[in-house]
Design a protein around this ligand. Sequence first.
Ligand code: PMP
Ligand code: GLN
Length: 378
Amino acid sequence: LSSKLPGGKTSIFSVMSTMARENDAIDLSQGFPNFETDTRLKELVYKAMKDGHNQYPPMNGILELRQQISAKIETLYGVKYKVDSEITMTSGATQALYCAITAFIHSGDEVIVFKPAYDSYEPTIKANGGKPVLIELKGKYFRIDWQEVKEKINSRTKMVIINTPHNPTGTVMSIEDMQQLESLLKNTNIILLSDEVYEHIIFDNIEHQSASRFPYLAERAIVCSSFGKTFHNTGWKMGYCVAPEELMKEIWKIHELTVFCVNHPMQRAFAEYLKDPENYLSLGSFYQQKRDKFLKLMEGSKFTATPSKGTYYQLFDFSEITEEKDTDFANRLTREHKVASIPVSEFNIAKKDNKQLRFCFAKTDETLEKAAEILNRI
Ligand code: PMP
Ligand code: GLN
């Protein structure tokens, strides 16, 4: 057997969540909320089922939902995506990312990825014969060194992948970052894949800088988002991507082959639910409260942190506690202390001496209190 992904392994998210279950530990590892999605949304899904929306919807999604997404993007980011040809519903952002990479990456193409990086980018690039070019985010605030990006771009560079707000570091890209990127990509054929699944989970009055806001980025960008993150239902696996028509046509070819179309009654429900912008605009302050609560609860501990600016993750440095490798410490923390987290070295970073763990704070206050009580005793 000749593996397409030699060395590929089970995602750290499944590994740690399974370990949490097996050890009866508080699970702050995989990124999902431990509270319920809105009852109204569930009722809307049931209503759509009762109303008979149970067969294949259009390949790119139902018109009503694409209209809502188009209106949302226009209001928030000031750009209009064509409802018929530039918006596609996908099975979570994961499938959008897969389609985008598979549609454009040929054997030998280079793709610039910033690390730490979300775990699906690199294997998807490799499965398509592409070459990930990994650039490390720099310093305490995990910033992009644009000079280094400039040096790494060459005639083989086919794509750049960005993720803002960023998993796992909780950093966000600034206007200046996006302008730097614009000046590097302008007048090239390089495609931008912009993973914006946490677009609504952003704190401290910072504005999300979607690639779609910047004309020279938008003309080459595939922007991905996730309803699972936004509406507390990661298990529904609903997301979407938007891109200029020329790019979307290619994405459709892969979308048709992978799933063809996605869950119909849920699309009906989201089309209705998106009519009230409060349903997503309230998300930043909702999670900011959780971030602040968790940080406050951890103040007396030996874990140290730079506050997350977006996403529902907080990195904590544990170098005052142990010399162990992050994977070893995360395993021991789960097995012995009953709190599960994600070791950051699993996000493609070469540094084996990483001393940071990622904790997901999309949890009830009670869960955060219980976890922090344990972590304070370590
Ligand atoms: N990108 C990032 C950065 C993520 O953290 C995740 C995990 N939710 C995804 C993509 C995948 O999103 P989805 O669950 O909608 O497939
Ligand atoms: N995005 C989620 C996280 O970072 C996990 C998604 C998955 O399990 N693949 O934890």
